[in-house]
Design a protein around this ligand. Structure first.
Ligand code: GDP
Length: 177
């Protein structure tokens, strides 16, 4: 599925949102570079990473944007959302508060993006099974109510990260093609 492309057919902008420390930056690194950085500081300034994949013989460059810590100041700007075709909305399965914030994030996303945006809800840190504070069923229900796709991932182990991103990109492709 990996290409060094001669030409790119589509560029898909995807934004990653959710409370601070849920693992947004690590999920992005896992997908874009297949890395997990134990020493990660909150990235200030890094704006996006890319990975190119093929979907139905089209070369698609995913341009995935990180909030770069803006969410701590509740100041994710409208520019951040501009042109986004997809969103990864991330919470931490071991921190209930990060799940309780989701409604506010969905509201902000809907207010600032196109109606056709594809949203994938991500319950990250699935490796922390013993500290689970959000039952999978709660997330399934929320996703269903809000019309979101849903997956649990671990950026630490890499579990499900590629699968979730690829599903999001395929759903975007289905919308635009
Ligand atoms: P962000 O603020 O949402 O971008 O979160 P970060 O990506 O900076 O991650 C916050 C903290 O959670 C860091 O200490 C990461 O090492 C840790 N973390 C991120 N993803 C996972 C995961 O899947 N499992 C575990 N156990 N820790 C994670």
């Amino acid at each position: 599925k990996e290409y060094v492309p001669e030409k790119v057919d589509y560029v898909f902008k995807v934004v990653v949102i959710g409370d601070s420390a849920v693992g947004k930056t690590q999920i992005l690194s896992r997908f874009a570079k297949n890395e997990f950085c134990l020493e990660s500081k909150s990235t200030i300034g890094v704006e996006f990473q890319t990975r190119t994949v093929a979907i139905e013989n089209k070369v698609i460059k995913a341009q995935i944007w990180d909030t770069a810590g803006q969410e701590r100041y509740r100041a994710v700007t409208t520019a951040y959302y501009r042109g986004a075709l997809g969103a990864m909305l991330v919470y931490d399965i071991s921190r209930r508060q990060s799940f309780d914030s989701l409604a506010r994030w969905v509201e902000e996303l809907r207010a600032n993006s196109d109606n056709s945006i594809v949203i994938m809800l991500i319950g990250n840190k699935a490796d922390l099974a013993e500290q689970r504070a959000v039952p999978t069923e709660d997330a399934v229900e929320f996703a269903k109510d809000q019309g979101l796709f849903f997956a649990e991932t671990s950026a630490l182990s890499g579990d499900n990260v590629d699968k979730a991103f690829l599903q999001l990109l395929e759903e975007i492709y289905a919308v635009i093609s």
